[in-house]
Design a protein around this ligand. Structure first.
Ligand SMILES: [Zn+2]
Length: 230
C-alpha cells in the first residue's frame, strides 16, 4: 500500500521515494504526495525523475485499489528504482483553494450536496434546494469568510461516531471512506464547517483567492448549481 503523505500535509511539493510496481498505465510508489482523482477533485499532475530520465505524470488515480501515477511512458522504469516526484504545484494549490472555498459554500447553503466539481480557478456544488439563493449575497458571504482567516484543521472520528451523527455528511454523492475504523474530518474555524473529507485543503481561509463571481443555475426543481469563479 502506498503511504499517502498528502493526507496529513497537503503542502509537500517534492518527495524522494521508490518505485514499488510498474503497471501498463504508470507507476505505483512506496509513498506519494500526489492526490488521486476523487470527490470531484482531479488527480494531480507533475513529473518523476530518476538517473537521467524525466517522465511526465499526466494524472493520478486509483486502479484496482492501487494509487497509480499515470505516465506517458514506463520505458526504463524498474521496480525498486529510487525516484523523485515533483508536483505541478500551481495547479494543485489552485485546487486546494477552490476545494476549501467549497467547504465555505457548504456553510452558507445549509442543504444536502448532490454533486460537485473542482477545477483550476473554478468550482461548483449542486444543492438539493428548491429556491435559488441570491448570488450577490453568496459572493459577499464567501469573501467575508475568506477574510476572517479561519484555520482549517484535520482530525478524525470513529465510524460509530459518524453513525450517531449522520448530519455531518453533507455530500450525498461522495460516501466517507469507511473500513479503517477512522474517518478523516475537516473543520474550518470553530463552527464554520465540520464534515468528513479526504481532499486537499489550504490551512487558512485567507489563502483562498477572493471569489470574483457567483453563477447559479437551475438544474431541476430541487437542484441548484452554484458555480464559483476566482
Ligand atoms: Zn474537503
Amino acid at each position: 500500500m502506498t503511504v499517502e503523505l498528502f493526507r496529513n500535509n497537503s503542502y509537500l511539493k517534492e518527495h524522494k521515494t521508490i518505485i514499488s510496481e510498474v503497471l501498463p498505465e504508470g507507476l505505483v510508489l512506496n509513498e506519494t504526495i500526489f492526490y488521486p482523482e476523487g470527490g470531484g477533485q482531479p488527480g494531480d499532475e507533475g513529473s518523476i525523475t530518476f538517473k537521467n530520465n524525466r517522465i511526465k505524470i499526466v494524472g493520478t488515480k486509483y486502479i484496482n485499489n492501487k494509487l497509480v501515477h499515470l505516465t506517458e511512458t514506463t520505458n526504463d522504469c524498474k521496480q525498486n528504482e529510487a525516484v523523485t516526484i515533483i508536483l505541478d504545484w500551481s495547479k494543485r494549490y489552485s485546487y486546494m483553494q477552490v476545494h476549501t472555498c467549497l467547504h465555505l459554500l457548504c456553510s452558507i447553503i445549509p442543504y444536502p450536496v448532490t454533486g460537485g466539481s473542482i477545477g483550476d480557478g473554478r468550482g461548483r456544488l449542486d444543492f438539493d434546494l428548491e429556491t435559488k439563493p441570491d448570488k450577490e449575497d453568496v459572493l459577499y458571504k464567501l469573501n467575508e469568510l475568506i477574510h476572517k482567516d479561519y484555520s482549517v484543521q484535520i482530525s478524525s472520528i470513529t465510524d460509530q461516531e459518524l453513525d450517531e451523527n449522520p448530519d455531518l455528511v453533507r455530500t450525498m454523492s461522495v460516501k466517507p471512506p469507511r473500513g479503517s475504523g477512522k474517518i478523516r474530518m475537516i473543520r474550518i474555524g470553530d463552527d464554520v464547517d465540520f464534515q468528513p473529507c479526504g481532499g486537499t485543503h489550504v490551512s487558512k481561509t485567507l489563502e483562498i483567492k477572493l471569489v470574483k463571481s457567483v453563477k447559479i443555475e437551475n438544474k431541476g426543481k430541487m437542484n441548484k448549481r452554484i458555480i464559483l469563479n476566482f
